[in-house]
Write a new protein. Sequence first.
Length: 192
Amino acid sequence: MKIKKMELITLVIAIVLLNSLFVNSANANNCDGLQYQVNYADWKLRQGGNSSYMKYWRQSRDGADKRLSQCKKSLGIGGPQIHVYTGENKGQAQNNNFVTSDINDPTLQQLIKTCNYWISEYNRNSSPENLAFRDNSCRDVKLATDRITNPQETFVMIHKRSAKECIKPNNVIDKEVRECMEGIREPTWAVR
């Protein structure tokens, strides 16, 4: 008879534990549903609309957000978080080297000054904005340096002209007129 009581007590404890697990998962699912409502109302607000439409979705979002915070509190999550700042700069380069160049080009030198300014700003305050400014300005320095050290061929645009624009006085057509029509020579004889 004692064995039956122990089995019964074990069974009751197991049922209570499983019930509490299912209740917490049901509450977590309820919190997920509330989070979905908040996100959906935010999405509707971003879509825009008239004032009554916006008021409705604002109230819907605020109500769902209030219920979501209560739901999270009941589960023991979502309370205020404590962030500890140690003064260390984790994962970010603290001392980026400044850019220098021996090329004496005023445009390049100005780009280098701008790049070095954003490097120092990023070293002082490593925000995502300063990182983007630093990366963009230093990329411009690299592109300008490449353009100066490896100049590409420049193409001269040839302006072809009609025979009427190039013809010499007394309707003379010769080699110079043909070159003018091909864009190789300027029509210095033409009266304008």
